[in-house]
Design a binder for this molecule. Structure first.
Ligand code: NAD
Length: 544
């Protein structure tokens, strides 16, 4: 029984630890990495709170060290998806009826476990399983995930406080019901925090979910599930299945109780899912909520007044952190001719200082790309650029998969602003640069705006306030997250609500009230205290 209007703790962004030599966190993380490297894990699915092992074992290898075996996970099939849905629906009534402060407490506890006793483990699992360096793992797996849970709880209470007016004689109120049915969380490989947020955001709002992580991020997904269980998540509220996407989709998108999808991944997959849901629409009990954050072809645009030190740093950090495998990573840049000769040596000097190798060596900036398919695809684009007349590989381009999937940070210079690598999302450490004539600035803005189907992130470098105003307006619809004099990556929960429009997604802004509102179906209640007792209006009375 609720007996108060409780205030939830005011969320603060989890401070990012430095991992400087000799620091306690560095020692702890290195020890945990060593431990995880010496054991072989055996990861089950979690359905109805129970560990499910099928015996169909899939080995996991660090993308940067293919010879090493981290252990395995148990692959499921259609029957496990059916079981996961049944478990979710069974858990639904109790979870929906749980007072919100108890739901909140579970996720606040999970945040404290992630930023506390599980910090090293979730970072180590992300480093080994997804080939992230310590800093990138820290900002993602530890900090952003804790932020998602803490800010998610705060957003929930802000939504519950959204109440209508009441006039004399009545009381109106909004009841924020979970959706009828279950929510499907379909998560990508590249952010542990996104993987942990997509099933949890609907659960914070009282929904039950079926969660299918990427096959290349099962290790960290299992740590997230371990944390949620330790935090007290009841059985069946979130069910973790290891099946292929199409297998999960076939069962889920045909189920009458399918109530919504919380997706992050590529645009093609999302568009196929949308089509399937459309085709099946008459089978569902309600219109499913479709929330998807998808691909990008994120840009950096500089005008002639740009600070070239800041611009060069943004190009190399924005393009190559986590090997460019961020939806927000810069992958095309437009630089005016007048500052190109000053900017490029500054980029090159920083690139020469970037070391590539396994994340276990903390001095490496660049690690491996996620898998062989990604490696082969990226190598194909680099090889093609070497041959094409319109393009020139001016830095990097060497690819080697003998030990792990290593691709050097690669810079392509093109004379053709529509060259394929200026348009397509490659999702790797490759940036393409187009140098424009200074007197073509406006035409170049039009080009930028119309070159790709995406509109996720973009950055503008300029020191001229009129120009900043002009360009920001011209690019109104080119990005959902727009940065002025900063790289286009690194959105922080609670500070830069994240998401893009056009082909980049539904722009529901993960980690904000805008997203959380999608996971509730409002019932508005009007109670009249002294109801009318006769149908007639006062004007029915005759004139005196
Ligand atoms: P992906 O689309 O390959 O996979 C995402 C999820 O969908 C995985 O769990 C995968 O198994 C599943 N899936 C794949 N094919 C499927 C199918 N046919 N049916 C059902 N499920 C299917 O994406 P990824 O490679 O894991 O992640 C990279 C992509 O995600 C990039 O395009 C990136 O831009 C995007 N991304 C976007 C954001 C954002 O906020 N906009 C954030 C992170 C990543």
């Amino acid at each position: 029984m609720s007996t108060g209007f409780y205030n939830v703790p005011i969320p603060k962004n989890e401070p990012v630890k430095s991992y400087a030599p000799g620091s306690a966190e560095r020692i702890d993380l290195q020890k945990t990495i060593q431990e995880l490297r010496t054991i072989h894990v055996d990861l089950p699915m979690i359905i109805d709170g129970k560990e499910v092992r099928t015996g169909k074992k899939v080995e996991m290898h660090p993308p940067h060290d293919l010879a090493h075996n981290l252990g395995c996970y148990h692959q499921g099939d259609k029957t496990h998806v059916v079981q996961a849905i049944e478990a979710a629906l069974k858990a639904k009534a109790a979870w929906a009826n749980t007072p919100w402060q108890h739901r909140a407490a579970i996720f606040l506890k999970a945040a404290d476990l992630i930023s506390g006793p599980y910090r090293a483990k979730i970072n180590a699992a992300t480093m080994l399983g997804q080939s992230k360096n310590a800093y990138q793992a820290e900002i993602d797996a530890a900090c952003e995930l804790a932020d998602f849970y803490r800010f998610g709880v705060k957003c929930m209470t802000e939504i519950y406080a959204m109440q209508p007016e009441s006039t004399p004689g009545m009381w109106n109120y909004n009841e924020f019901r979970p959706l009828e049915g279950f929510v499907f969380a379909l998560t990508p490989f590249n952010f542990t925090s996104i993987a942990g947020n997509l099933p949890v955001a609907p659960a914070i709002m009282g929904n039950v979910t079926v969660w299918k992580p990427s096959k290349t991020a099962v290790y960290s997904a299992s740590v997230i599930m371990e944390v949620l269980i330790e935090a007290g998540l009841p059985a069946g509220v979130i069910n973790l299945v290891f099946v292929s996407g199409p297998v999960a989709g076939e069962v889920i998108f045909n189920h009458p109780d399918f109530a919504g999808i919380h997706f992050t991944g590529s645009t093609g997959v999302f568009q196929d899912i949308w089509k399937t849901i459309g085709t099946n629409i008459s089978r569902y009990k309600s219109y499913p909520r479709i929330v998807g954050e998808t691909g990008g072809k994120d840009f950096i645009f500089a005008d002639p007044s740009a600070d070239t030190d800041a611009l060069a740093t943004a190009i190399v950090r924005g393009s190559f952190e986590y090997q460019g495998q961020k939806c927000s990573a810069a992958s095309r840049a437009y630089i005016p001719k007048s500052i190109w000769n000053e900017t490029w040596p500054k980029c090159e000097a920083q690139l020469r200082r970037m070391k590539m190798g396994p994340p276990e060596d903390f001095t490496n900036f660049i690690n491996a790309v996620i898998d062989e398919a990604s490696f082969d695809k990226l190598k194909g684009f680099v090889d093609r650029a070497r041959k094409d007349d319109e393009a020139e590989v001016i830095y990097g381009g060497n690819c080697d998969k003998s030990v792990g999937y290593f691709i050097e940070p690669t810079v392509i210079l093109t004379k053709d602003p529509h060259y394929i690598t200026m348009q397509e999302e490659l999702f790797g450490p490759v940036v393409t640069i187009f140098v424009y004539e200074d007197n073509q600035l406006d035409q170049t803005l039009t080009l930028l705006d119309e070159t790709s189907p995406y509109a996720l992130t973009g950055a503008l470098f300029s020191q001229n306030r009129y120009s900043i105003d002009h360009i920001t307006k011209r690019l109104t619809n080119a990005a959902g997250n727009f940065y002025i004099n900063d790289k286009p990556t690194g959105a922080v929960v609670g500070q830069q609500p994240f998401g893009g429009a056009r082909g980049s997604g539904t722009n529901d802004k993960a980690g904000s009230v805008f997203n959380m509102l999608r996971w509730t179906s409002i019932r508005t209640i009007k109670e009249t205290f002294v109801p009318a007792r006769d149908f007639s209006y006062p004007n029915f009375l005759p004139d005196k």
